[in-house]
Design a protein around this ligand. Sequence first.
Ligand code: GLU
Length: 436
Amino acid sequence: MNEEVRVRFAPSPTGNLHIGGAHTALFNWLWARHTGGKFVLRIEDSDRERSTKEFEESIYLGLRWLGLLWDEGPEVGGPHGPYRQSERLDIYHNYAEKLLNDGLAYREGEAIIFRVIPGEVVSFDDIVYGHIEVKSETLKDIVLIKSDGMPTYNYAVVIDDFTMGITHVIRGEDHIANTPKQILLYKAFGWDIPQFAHLPMILGKDKKKLSKRHGATNVLEYKDMGFLPEALFNFLSLLGWSPGNDREIFFIQEAIEWFDIKDVNKRAAVFDMDKLRHINQEHIKLMDPQSRLEAVKPFWKALGLPFEQHDPQYLAKVLEIMEGRGQTLRELAEYTDYFLTFEPVKARVDREYVETSKDILRPFCEEMIKLPQWDTKTLEEFARRWSEERQVPLKKIAMPLRILLTGTKVSPGIFEVIELLGPEETKKRLAYWEIL
Ligand code: GLU
């Protein structure tokens, strides 16, 4: 029988959505979308001291930014709620009473503890890690409810996964050791055991467990650094999975089509920032001009660049001729600052450099500014002719011209830049340097 796939992401709101959490959420989401199932969000806030509303909100923001929208959970509701553990305490107590009544658990003070019977082999077939078994005598009795009345993780997760009808538990490999305990509880209740798929660990480039030392771990920091959600999605999906055929750049829709939880690899995956930057760059290139423009605007704004003073067509053109340059939206915004205002150019150019370039540039610019047509082709042809006639190598003109107009040594073709700046702005800039 094809039962509907129901998966869940169960973060504890004791921190922001970090890369590891996003990775787990994403694989759950992909499996739900691929199978037409449901993706449930559950907030595991039973640690009342460390859980905060701010972190909860920040997790929602991170998930929504990545496009990992949940079908059931806080803020959207659903038939298996409430979806916050702190609102399910009576459910945990009722089920614990049942185990007490069946003689499978005992009280110790206010706490309720499950008795592990020795001599049993607890085993499961993990979709990713394969067959795993442990002897029950290696497991201690399992605290279900602590003396403060709060459920423990291993207990609450079983009650929730069962009552929410979860079919596949997809989570980080750090939970493998918890799984046999959870299975003992399923068996004690006489419930069907869901399928387990533990996801590979994510390592930094030094092969140590990913941590702050390796760079940003909060997903929303990637947003601020100028990564596109579809690029981070693409990158995260490749940590432990691959669509095959050496495909490295793909869209979310394609990942949904190709993803299969059975293809996940248990080998630890390395978080390679250079690869993420490369993937981001490719996704920036794949955007349509309008979306790219909208995506860059907040970064111009953050840099204090007056993009509102220019018409959208000009701005889209600016980004178009930058094609391929800039691996993040922030870099793209930085690299195009001179198109938006002359100010940063003034700050970057050294007066002395201007003095040494004046003599060679002046005669060239005086003629250039009189050209009847102002397009890249005309400008280039003029420059080539001029350099031939005067026996001056073209780059002796092009480089100082680039530096004085853009304040940088790397830009798109200088005549493309000049076309876009237009005769008036070009003249203004050259006049500032007293070349015209
Ligand atoms: N709240 C647990 C965590 O964040 C959930 C683990 C699970 O998915 O079972 O690690």
